[in-house]
Design a protein around this ligand. Structure first.
Ligand SMILES: Cc1cc2nc3c(=O)[nH]c(=O)nc-3n(C[C@H](O)[C@H](O)[C@H](O)COP(=O)(O)OP(=O)(O)OC[C@H]3O[C@@H](n4cnc5c(N)ncnc54)[C@H](O)[C@@H]3O)c2cc1C
Length: 473
């Protein structure tokens, strides 16, 4: 394909997990090369001028609680390679129609004190989790195994396993906090009535206090660039614009690690896999898709609750029932009139993202997998609802429905941004009970279709590569 050289390991795909897998190999002294389909490395961690010259947009991910908290990323000298996290004053804003908003501040106590009568229940849910964050995160950012802190993890698990709706109704005392929790839990891309959906709300809510919800100065691409530069400093190689159609195209190596989802693995390695394993991969379940819009704006978003400009991330959904309806509809193949919208406004905290005085905005909602329905007007209306006058600030949009997202990155099957649904059956044992290993000797999966799943943390790549090192070297 690109080279006649032999390597200890070859990685297909340069997303954060592919890069992490390659770095683990290189740090262990192994020769490694990545083959990436796109013209730039990063997968879900890229930036580009999607709208107008001078406006830098994050093509996929934008906000990184699990990135800054990743035990693996934290072990790497990424700051030396240009990575700079920006922590907005507040992690998250959740506005309401009456012009008020909940601000999730770095401190649990400051957040709770802004909640009035709802403060005690917020404190009761999040303070213990934040206090135990270091111990708990080691276990939930890992494949299924006997937990390092079994009692604490079991206590967390009893809450996390619950449907977010039920957890929210039982544990929070007011409608505003219930809506806040629903927004956090909706990152699961599951209906909030589904078992396990509370886990996402608890982890992301606790992470807001324990780690913050930072963005990357200069854009997401800088995180990918730092990983790439560090890999190269260790002797790792990256070949861009090399879409792997079949593993036979790759140079010889002892290990092949694939940062792809099960459907693509079937395409590029199917002939090597027994039919029973192929059947399991065929039965793997992809989740809802995303419908994303990036805008160049002439001014900041005119939030009715002005304090929303203290956070890079804003969640738009008026109540727990409204957010739950939006997620349930997308899961069932329908499109909500008032979709739950996730917004990021990085240029408020990073002047390098847009020309002076101008801004970028990033937003998406969940839609049925593979949907071709145009959600643009519904997303714009939802932002207008909480920020009247928003429409007038738009200079240029760039719209990406599921098909466009998949065109940008083949791993986004049907627009699924998490490499497969995080249903209980696929939360721990993904994509099969073999996790990273496959029945083909030397062939491993290392994408977010393996534990611990979606999000930019590199832990799937880290554990896959450790597995390969143990098996083969
Ligand atoms: C719109 C959107 C918003 C998101 N927001 C956030 C967020 O704010 N925070 C967060 O933590 N996460 C977010 N995510 C999720 C996050 O981006 C992913 O979970 C993460 O990137 C998964 O990493 P990965 O390495 O497994 O796969 P990817 O990042 O998808 O990388 C896979 C790479 O493999 C390459 N590839 C695929 N097939 C082949 C092939 N055959 N040959 C060669 N190369 C191939 C692709 O081109 C790609 O570069 C978001 C995702 C999307 C799409």
């Amino acid at each position: 394909m690109a080279t006649s050289r032999e390597y200890d390991a070859v990685v297909v795909g340069a997303g954060p997990n592919g890069l992490a897998a390659a770095i683990v190999m290189a740090e262990a002294g192994k020769s490694v090369a990545i083959f990436e389909a796109n013209e730039s490395a990063g997968g879900g961690v890229r930036s580009a001028e999607l709208t107008l010259p001078g406006f830098v947009h994050d093509v996929c991910s934008a906000v990184y609680p699990l990135g800054i908290g990743s035990p693996f990323f934290r072990s790497l000298p990424l700051a030396q390679y240009g990575l700079e996290w920006i922590q907005p004053p507040a992690a998250l804003a959740h506005p309401f129609e009456d012009g008020t908003a909940i601000l999730v501040e770095r401190q649990v106590e400051t957040t709770a004190s802004g909640l009035g009568a709802e403060s005690a229940s917020y404190r009761r849910v999040f303070a213990p989790l934040v206090a135990e964050w270091e111990n708990l995160s080691i276990d939930f950012l890992a494949p299924p195994r006997w937990p390092r802190h079994p009692v604490k993890f079991a206590r967390f698990g009893l809450s996390a396993i619950q449907p977010a709706w039920r957890f929210s109704e039982r544990r929070f005392s007011g409608d505003r906090t219930k809506a806040l929790f629903a927004g956090l839990a909706a990152h699961s891309m599951l209906p909030l009535e589904h078992w396990g959906s509370a886990a996402f709300g608890l982890v992301l809510g606790a992470a807001a206090h324990a780690l913050g919800w930072p963005i990357v100065r200069g854009g997401a691409q800088r995180l990918a660039d730092a990983l790439t530069a560090y890999l190269r400093s260790l002797g790792g190689e990256i070949f861009l614009q090399r879409r792997v159609q079949n593993l036979s195209e790759l140079p010889r190596s002892r290990a092949v690690l694939c940062d792809v989802t099960p459907r693509q693995l079937l395409g590029i390695a199917g002939a090597l896999l027994p039919s029973s394993y192929q059947d399991k991969l065929k039965n793997y379940h992809y989740g809802m898709g995303a419908f994303k819009i990036d805008w160049a704006l002439s001014a900041p978003v005119p939030w009715r609750a002005q304090e929303c400009s203290r956070a890079a991330t804003v969640h738009l959904g008026a109540s727990l029932p409204e957010i739950a309806r939006s997620e349930r509809m997308a899961w069932r193949g329908l499109h909500a009139n008032e979709p739950f919208v996730l917004v990021a406004q990085p240029s408020l905290f990073d002047a390098s993202r847009a020309p002076a005085g101008k801004h970028t905005l990033w937003a998406y909602c969940h839609v049925p997998n593979g949907s071709s329905f145009d959600m643009t007007e519904r997303i714009v209306s939802q932002i207008e609802r909480f920020a009247p006058g928003f429409r007038k600030t738009i200079l240029a949009p760039c719209v990406g429905g599921p098909a466009e997202l998949e065109r940008r990155n083949a791993n986004l099957v049907g627009g699924d941004i998490n490499g497969g649904a995080a249903t209980l059956g696929q939360l721990f044992f993904r994509p099969t009970r073999h996790l990273y290993s496959t029945p083909a000797p030397g062939l491993y999966l290392c994408s977010s279709s393996t534990p611990p799943g979606g999000g930019v943390h590199g832990m799937c790549g880290y554990f896959a590569s450790k597995r390969a090192l143990r098996d083969l070297f």
